[in-house]
Structures are given as structure tokens and as C-alpha cells.
Design a protein around this ligand. Structure first.
Ligand code: AMP
Ligand code: MG
Length: 465
């Protein structure tokens, strides 16, 4: 059960999400604010809720650990009007049997961060858990500093993780593993053909969602920061917004998380880590893939070995779209690689380079232009001439694929600081409005699109635990 808090106060509420879930969004906005805050703080349970904390395990930075919802409680499921089923979970509602030494609590800053970045990801068209509300608890949480406490309401297609399967496998009870598999398959992959190969096809489907998701992350410069197996969802949604950040300058080795000393979760390493995590999932479900262990391993390897190819296909499709290309030519990958190499050498801003390619005349001379970049643009223009569709279609494709606005690190910090320190939600509200409309190319908001000044020290993120 959630532990009641002293003085809950609603900080943000996601009305469009509430409507999509089939909740009475208007009712919430008209109701007594104290009642609404009590609900999203866990002080009062919604009708029909059966709270529970989920068990899971996970490889954290490569090491196996038994974990579980140490600071999260699932309230239940909501059937949306479109028939889809959603988990509704409180994050930060107090101690659970899995809290170990922790307090089961969360702070306002990190919860608003999750709200903001998950909304940005959703608006970018990237599968993600969502955030329905953030409530300030009126109680302090004790970290390196004393911080104001908060509870976030997270909405997810499910909270099943790779680590949930690792937990079931570690139990050594085949019936538990089978029950979990059946539940997950029914929930996320109801269309699988029945038969002996169903678990293998399920594994392939999970891997395919990850290949697609990772390509989407890479396409917007997203660094998750803590891709432990307990933070990889079977549904293919981005989950856990602890230390994540977006690239400014393009740098494949970029790491933001203060605890990722080895660069395990560096920007360009993410697809490899996804594959590594899927290998842990495959190990967990190995007994379901085939009665014969050698054959089970061969089957699993068949899926895992395809992962880099599938990722690369999704990536290339995404990069073609970013460059306004619909036709497929064998030299396209080399064209993209040449651009990325040039961007890396110039430390060009990731988002704004693609934005400029979308909005500017590539034949003109640009500010701070280089001979190499001009040469690359000429090569790209020649390639675009071979597109069969009209130029407007190509530009439209670029507009849909290249955001004008991402949550810039400096703007995020500024908004969270104002909210958490001074209770001033205005910067947060403004930034939220900007990142909820990432493809609004006609909006002129230089403060939100500007890269950081050249001498800015590297942005550092923390797990917020
Ligand atoms: P994360 O690194 O955020 O994925 O969290 C890893 C594990 O630590 C999860 O099992 C969390 O439930 C647990 N955890 C994180 N913060 C707390 C906290 N304040 N109290 C109890 N458990 C926590
Ligand atoms: Mg986590």
C-alpha cells in the first residue's frame, strides 16, 4: 500500500493523456484540488485498485541483482476507449518489500524531468511510458541534499522488463516462467501463431521492437543513460528517465551519467547494449525455446545475430527520411556516414544540423560553413535529384523527421530548478509546451533551439535515487 503523505499538492496533470485513457479528464480539473492531489499521492486509492509492487531482477552495469519495485506501486490497469490496456503506477509512494535500504520516495526535480522528457519523446513519435501527474508531497526527501518530495503517476503498456524474465528464470520454477511468458505474449503479442515456435517468435518480436526503438533514439540524439536489463521494457517503450539526455554536439562516445565511468551506455554503444540485454532475455526464456538446450541456444542466437542487421535497417530508413530520401540507393549509408563524420569533426549540433538541412538552401553559403560540409551538401543535392517524387514531398518528409525542438539540457535544468527550488512552474510550463510540439518549424523560439555556448562544460546527469 502507498504510504500517505502529509500535504499533497498537484503540480502537473496531463489532461490529454487522461482523456486518451478514458479517464474523466474534465472531472479532474473541476474536482476539489485536494481530492485530486490525494489520489495521485496515493493517500486515497481509486475505486477497484489492487496495489502491488512487482518483483524483478536485472543486470545493472553488467552485474546480476535481484531488485523489484523499491519505490513504485502499481495501482492497477485501465482499459482505454480504444481497447488498449495500460498499467497505472505510482512512482515514489513509499516503501515496499523491495525497497532494501531506500525510502521508496522520489523528489520533485527528477519526477518533473521524467514528465517532461517522456512527453517530449511521445511528441517525437517515440514509444515511451507516459506521465499522468506529478504531486508534491509536502515532505522532504534526504539525498545529498534535502529535496522536496514528489510522486509521479506513470502510465505504461506494461511494466514487464527483461529483468522480470530474469527474475522468473532465477526462481528455477518452470511454471512461473511459463506463466509470465503467456501473460506477456497475450498482452503484447496476441497475434503470434500458436505452436512450438511461439516463444521464439515472441523473442523475435521483442527484439524487433528494440531494434526499432534504438533506431529512433539514435535518430534524435537520445542517450538513455542507464540501459540496465531492468530498464528495458518488453513492450518496446522507453522506460526509466533517470540520467537520460539529448546530444548537443554530435559525439558518438557521449556519456552524461555521472556513474557511467566506462561509457557502457554511451550514445553509439546503445544498440550493442540492447543486443546484450536481449541476450539476457534469451537466456532467461531458453527452456521455453526448445526442450533440447543446444537447439534452444541455436534458435536464440538466430534472433540475436539478426539484431544488428535489423537495427541498421531501421536506422538507415530513419536517416533516409531525415535526409528527405524515399528511394533506396546502395550508396545511401555511405552518404549518411560521411555527414556524421563531418559533424563529429566540426562538433556540429546534432538537432540543428538536420534542422538546417531541412530549412535552408543547401546551395547557399552558410554561417561558419566549411569546404567539407559544402562538398557534402553538393553530393546530397545530386542524390536528391535522383528522387522521383516532387521536392516538396521530400522536404515534407524532412520536416516530419527532423525536430526543431528537443529538450535542451540547459533549458531542462533551468525549468526544474525554478520548479523545485522556488516553486515557480512557469519555465517548466513553457518548456513543456515547446517540447510537446517538436516539429513546429514555423515557431521562432531561438532560446529553445540554441545549442549551448562553445565553452559550456559537459552536462552531468544523476540517477535521481
Ligand atoms: P533505477 O536505477 O532507477 O532503475 O533503480 C534501480 C532499483 O533501485 C529499482 O529496483 C528501484 O526500485 C530501486 N530504488 C531506486 N530508488 C529507490 C528509493 N528511493 N527507495 C527504494 N528503492 C529505490
Ligand atoms: Mg529502473
Amino acid at each position: 500500500m502507498p504510504t500517505a503523505v502529509r500535504e499533497p499538492r498537484l503540480v502537473v496533470f496531463n489532461e490529454p493523456l487522461a482523456r486518451g485513457l478514458g479517464l474523466d479528464a474534465e472531472g479532474f480539473t473541476k474536482a476539489d484540488p485536494a481530492e485530486v492531489a490525494a489520489l495521485f499521492a496515493g493517500n486515497r486509492l481509486p475505486e477497484g485498485a489492487e496495489p502491488l509492487a512487482q518483483a524483478y531482477a536485472g543486470h545493472q552495469f553488467g552485474r546480476f541483482t535481484v531488485l523489484g519495485d523499491g519505490r513504485a506501486i502499481l495501482l492497477g490497469e485501465q482499459r482505454a476507449p480504444d481497447g488498449r490496456l495500460w498499467d497505472i503506477q505510482l512512482k515514489g509512494p513509499g516503501r515496499t518489500p523491495y525497497s532494501r535500504g531506500g525510502d521508496g520516495r522520489a523528489a520533485v526535480g527528477p519526477m518533473l524531468r521524467e514528465y517532461l522528457i517522456s512527453e517530449a519523446m511521445h511528441a517525437l513519435g517515440i514509444p515511451t511510458t507516459r506521465s499522468l501527474a506529478v504531486v508534491a508531497t509536502g515532505e522532504p526527501v534526504f539525498r545529498e541534499q534535502t529535496l522536496p518530495g514528489a510522486v509521479l503517476t506513470r502510465v505504461a503498456a506494461s511494466h514487464l522488463r527483461v529483468g522480470t524474465f530474469e527474475y522468473a528464470a532465477a526462481s528455477g520454477d518452470r511454471a512461473v516462467l511459463e506463466a509470465l511468458f503467456e501473460y506477456a505474449a497475450a498482452r503484447h503479442d496476441p497475434g503470434l501463431e500458436p505452436g512450438a515456435e511461439r516463444p521464439l517468435e515472441w523473442l523475435r518480436a521483442v527484439a524487433e521492437r528494440q531494434a526499432s526503438l534504438l533506431a529512433r533514439w539514435i535518430g534524435v540524439g537520445f542517450v538513455h543513460g542507464v540501459m540496465n536489463t531492468d530498464n528495458m521494457a518488453i513492450s518496446g517503450e522507453t522506460i526509466d528517465y533517470g540520467p537520460c539526455a539529448f546530444l548537443d554536439a554530435y559525439s558518438p562516445g557521449m556519456v552524461f551519467s555521472s556513474i557511467d565511468h566506462q561509457g557502457r551506455y554511451a550514445f553509439a554503444n546503445q544498440p550493442r547494449i540492447a543486443q546484450w540485454n536481449l541476450a539476457r532475455l534469451a537466456e532467461a526464456v531458453l527452456p521455453l525455446l526448445d526442450e533440447d538446450e543446444t537447439r534452444a541456444v541455436e534458435k536464440a542466437n538466430g534472433v540475436l545475430e539478426m539484431f544488428p542487421t535489423r537495427f541498421r535497417e531501421h536506422w538507415l530508413a530513419g536517416m533516409r527520411a531525415k535526409l528527405g530520401l524515399a528511394e533506396e540507393e546502395p550508396e545511401d549509408a555511405a552518404l549518411v556516414d560521411a555527414l556524421l563524420e563531418d559533424m563529429q569533426s566540426r562538433q556540429a549540433d546534432f538537432t540543428n544540423t538536420f534542422l538546417d538541412l531541412t530549412m535552408k538552401d543547401p546551395a547557399a553559403e552558410w554561417d561558419a560553413d566549411t569546404e567539407e560540409f559544402r562538398a557534402w551538401r553538393r553530393r546530397w543535392m545530386e542524390r536528391r535529384l535522383r528522387e522521383r517524387g516532387p521536392a516538396e514531398t521530400s522536404q515534407e518528409r524532412m520536416r516530419r523527421s527532423n525536430p526543431a525542438y528537443i529538450p535542451r539540457n540547459a533549458r531542462v535544468e533551468e525549468a526544474l530548478e525554478a520548479a523545485a527550488k522556488d516553486g515557480d512552474l512557469e519555465p517548466f510550463g513553457k518548456l513543456l509546451d515547446v517540447v510537446r510540439n517538436p516539429y513546429a518549424h514555423d515557431r521562432d523560439l531561438p532560446r529553445y533551439s540554441a545549442p549551448p555556448p562553445a565553452d559550456t562544460p559537459r552536462y552531468r546527469t544523476y540517477c535521481g535515487t
